[in-house]
Design a protein around this ligand. Structure first.
Ligand code: ANZ
Length: 904
């Protein structure tokens, strides 16, 4: 069984209490499964490239490797302190040269692969069919053709360039035109970048989700991220009014051209059925036809608009709260549905990078178009009405029945979509089309602390790169980072590695001089495949031995935070599929089962008040000036409620409210832990004060693994108390000597006690299997409550209790195991078995019905015969009373379940 944690970024702050949450859960599963005799792979490593190390390096003027390694040492110390049973021989960091050598190798697999759409499969570039006209142009043309098809390719991309940070930023890192870190201005500039063609795998990434045992929410997020949209492409004529008929004639006979010319605006729509309601069109400001279609009178205004939108991020442009802006180009196009001329506008709510970068606007049925049309006084024509009702006055975006649509009137939306698409196809005006939200993955960064690309640029006669590239030969991997005196960014969109020594920058290979690629890979690269390297971490011949890979893959259980729902989990699935297609791994998916741990919030900030009679008062009723008879309390009551009702944290707006009892809503809130709030809990302190087992146990006891829950110091005290009681159930101190408690005796247990034991074994076993770890602990607490009251605690029962607790609290249990007389660790001792019969209650309560209504209950021994059940039911006093004077027609008995009496 392969049990994997999402490996951490080794930040300078050390472990956060959020880390041990998932790590404890997987550790419990591993310890339990080992005791069941299962062979376990449970590794840990570090995702160690990334900005903070580099920024720390710049601030302190030390190479990033030094601080990274110090941070890793601290993380390892903390992880060991918590007793996680990792196989430390497999420890790795993405920054290890011996690791990123293989990250570079996998990059070269991507570089060597093209995607065959017919086979839906990645194949070696050598197998790419070359069109005759390309081969005719010679070797250079062939290589260019191949380079354009590779899964790793270079392209000019609009990027968010932040001069102050000296790097390109992801869209998520830019807020209102400024960098999230430091709030520096960000510009949109075109830059030659490495891209990975993840879009080729869009359908497979979506379809293969179906077979994964992942939370439904994560699957939906991934599916939305891929964002498959089915619809049609439609061409609108936008040339000279006089030549529209020639254009239409040329199109007749099913000739929809591969690319539109400058007389044609091509749009993508998911609602071809609304074509008759398209009253205007919108081009993205970057659309290639903007210049061509702008009339002289509009030129100045259009120019200003295009310039202004260039600096807005996509996220900003599609923010629905922003007022819509746009300008008229002065031109018109012809609606191919009804032949009407429609004005062509440009507006930044249409993105150049989605669909065709142009839309037909249907203001009666699309909210954004509606808002735009209202603002600029454009026509709004209803073409769909609700199935049962009149056409809406405002915007109706649902499906319904066609109106104002010529021969399609009366047709339901679902029927009209394929009908009108087929008609457009016949006329050569359109075709069915699919679009994806997923974009190709911008894969290069202008930073120092990342994996160098194993790519060489050929030099032209002028000594500058001539645009041709080759892979660094396998024998020359890894490409290590050079020693750089100065690795800080410098305000130009140029990577720090440009300042590397000549010998690094211009290697000579096979007698030929090249320039190295100087971008580095993003932090995501190393985490895309670390789970494979864990299987065979020291192999220097290949990235993983195929035999071992087949034995361990796929990962059986992967636990980590939900913040990785899309990027990491999508990127690694993509790489895995490429490796699968190329025969390097044996499974199409890497992670069979995924579980997200819930976020741990800071301690509740208690803002509840009680009046003099101890009644809760809402905080806005509190008059601070008279605090005489009001007590502002951080009471035990609130804290206990968290402990006793795990998961009972309710989200209200942006805060989390705890409901302790149905009638009382305690006014308190918990926030995400952050340095600025000062609510961060340090695991080192918890372990120093309460012990590692208390931290492990508390993290599991807070609530269901997957729920968000607030930290509570009194909760930690609570589990520590439990561990103390567990200890004292078995151990006693006599004059500083630890010895077995006198109640622990080598005797045959009575059945009563065996029943408690076997029920506990069963519950804990089932809870661990289903990751219900909080309830497993609750069951052990009940066990301790029972046995601390017993005068005699048979040793064989105490031993099994220790085994049951051991996956959760291994340190204290190993101690107890020794005290109970064992020399060897319990880690591989067989897990206790339960006897089914002993786990079932002997006396059960059975409902007695009269004519199907429950009228009474009888307590009987399990397995009581039908005849006895019938007799007992009829004799039950309340039933007998109700039956008085009636005649019993029939008695239906379901053994151990129910008795139903038919009487009238
Ligand atoms: C006409 C229409 C009528 C549309 C209607 C919707 C509703 P999804 O589902 O996200 O794929 N669209 C197309 N390309 C666009 C672009 N580059 N920028 C902004 N919007 C674009 O969305 C597809 C719909 O989004 C398309 O269908 C188009 O508007 C718009 F009642 O066309 B629709």
């Amino acid at each position: 069984m392969y049990v994997l944690d999402m490996f951490p970024y080794p930040s300078g702050d050390g472990l956060h209490v959020g880390h041990p949450e998932g790590y404890t859960a997987t550790d419990i599963v591993c310890r339990y499964q080992r005791m069941k005799g299962v062979s376990i792979l449970h590794p840990m490593g570090f995702d160690a490239f990334g900005l903070p190390a580099e920024e720390h390096a710049i601030r302190t003027n030390t190479p990033p490797r030094i601080s990274t390694e110090a941070n890793i040492r601290n993380f390892v110390r903390q992880l060991k302190m918590l007793g996680f049973s990792y196989d430390w021989n497999r420890q790795l960091a993405t920054t290890d040269v011996g690791y990123f050598r293989w990250t570079q190798w996998i990059f070269l697999v991507l570089f060597d692969t093209w995607f065959d759409r017919d086979q839906q499969k990645g194949r070696p570039i050598a197998e790419l069919p070359i069109p005759a006209e390309v081969s005719a142009q010679g070797e250079l043309a062939v290589r260019e053709f191949q380079d354009d098809q590779r899964l790793a390719f270079q392209a000019e991309a609009m990027v968010n360039w932040c001069p102050a940070l000296g790097t390109v930023l992801a869209n998520e890192e830019v807020i209102d035109g400024r960098s999230e870190r430091g709030e520096h201005p960000v510009q949109r500039i075109p830059l030659r970048q490495w891209m990975l063609r993840i879009t080729a795998y869009a359908d497979r990434l979506e379809n293969d989700l179906e077979h994964l045992d992942w939370p439904a929410g994560i699957k939906k997020l991934q599916s939305d991220w891929v964002g498959r949209s089915v619809g049609a492409e439609v061409d609108f004529f936008c040339g000279d009014a006089g030549s529209v008929q020639d254009w239409q004639k040329a199109r007749a006979g099913n000739s929809f051209p591969g690319a539109p010319d400058d007389q044609t605006i091509r749009v993508f729509t998911t609602r071809p059925d609304t074509l008759f309601g398209a009253t205007y069109m919108v081009l993205a400001p970057e659309h290639p036809l903007v210049d061509h279609l702008t009339t002289p009178g509009q030129r100045a205004e259009v120019g200003r608009y295009v310039e202004a939108s260039a600096n807005r991020s996509e996220r900003d442009r599609t923010d629905d709260r922003r007022k819509k802006t746009g300008v008229f180009t002065g031109s018109h196009a012809i609606n191919p549905g009804n032949g009407s001329p429609v004005p062509v506008w440009i507006a930044d709510y249409v993105l150049a990078t989605y669909g065709t970068g142009a839309i037909m606007a249907v203001p009666a049925h699309d909210d954004r178009d509606h808002e735009f049309a209202k603002q600029f006084g454009l026509d709004i024509v209803q073409v769909v009405k609700p199935v049962n009702g009149k056409a809406h006055k405002e915007c109706f975006s649902g499906e319904g029945i066609a109106i104002n649509s010529g021969r399609f009137d009366g047709m339901p939306t679902a029927e009209m979509k394929p009908e009108i698409t087929a008609e457009l196809e016949r006329k050569g005006f359109g075709r069915a089309a699919v679009n994806y939200k997923l974009r190709d993955w911008l894969f290069s960064r202008q930073r120092f602390w990342g994996e160098p690309f194993p790519i060489l640029h050929e030099l032209g006669p002028d000594g500058k790169p001539n645009g041709m590239m080759r892979a660094v030969p396998d024998s020359q991997l890894p490409v290590d980072l050079p020693d750089l005196e100065d690795f800080r960014p410098h305000g130009r969109a140029e990577p720090p590695l440009e300042k590397a020594p000549e010998s690094w920058l211009y290697p000579v290979i096979d007698g030929k001089k090249y320039k190295r690629e100087t971008n580095t890979m993003p932090q995501w690269a190393g985490s895309c495949w670390y789970y494979l390297r864990f299987i065979d971490p020291h192999n220097d011949r290949c990235f993983v031995d195929p035999e071992l890979e087949r034995q361990w893959m796929p990962v059986d259980l992967y636990i980590g935070g939900a913040e990785h729902a899309v990027l990491h989990l999508l990127y690694s699935r993509f790489w895995h599929k490429v490796l699968f297609d190329r025969g390097h791994v044996s499974t199409p998916e890497p992670f069979r089962r995924l579980v997200n741990q819930g976020m741990i919030l800071g301690e509740m900030e208690f803002t509840g008040y009680r009046d003099a009679e101890e009644h809760w008062v809402s905080s806005d009723e509190v008059d601070d000036s008279d605090s005489q008879n009001l007590k502002h309390q951080k009471t035990l009551k609130a804290v206990q409620a968290i402990r006793l009702e795990p998961g009972q944290v309710e989200k209200q707006g942006d805060r989390f409210v705890l409901v302790s009892e149905p009638s009382i809503r305690i006014n308190s809130r918990a926030h995400k832990m952050s340095k600025s709030r000062g609510n961060v809990v340090n695991p080192d302190e918890i372990v120093a004060d309460h012990g590692a087992d208390s931290l492990r146990l508390y993290e599991m006891f807070m609530g269901p693994l997957e729920s968000m829950k607030p930290w509570s110091m009194s909760g930690v005290n609570g589990v520590r108390n439990f561990l103390d009681r567990f200890w004292r159930m078995i151990v006693e101190y006599q004059a500083d000597e630890i010895q077995l408690h006198p109640a622990v005796q080598d005797v045959e247990p009575p059945e009563e006690q065996l029943r408690v034991l076997h029920k506990t074994i069963r519950a804990v076993t089932e809870d661990i299997e289903s990751l219900g770890l909080n309830t497993a602990i609750a069951r052990l607490m009940e066990f301790v409550n029972h046995f601390t009251r017993e005068e005699v605690r048979p040793k064989s029962i105490m031993e099994r209790a220790v085994l049951l607790l051991s996956p959760l609290a291994p340190h204290i249990c190993e101690e107890l195991w020794q005290i109970l007389g064992h020399d060897e660790s319990l880690a591989h001792h067989p897990w206790p078995e339960f006897e089914q019969a002993l786990t079932i209650d002997q006396t059960i309560e059975i409902p007695v019905q009269i004519l199907g209504k429950v009228r009474g209950r009888i307590s009987v021994a399990r397995g009581t015969s039908d005849a006895d059940l019938q007799a007992l039911a009829l004799a039950e006093p309340r039933i007998a009373e109700l039956l008085d004077g009636k005649s019993v027609r029939k008695v239906i008995v379901v053994p151990d379940r129910l008795v139903n009496i038919v009487a009238n």
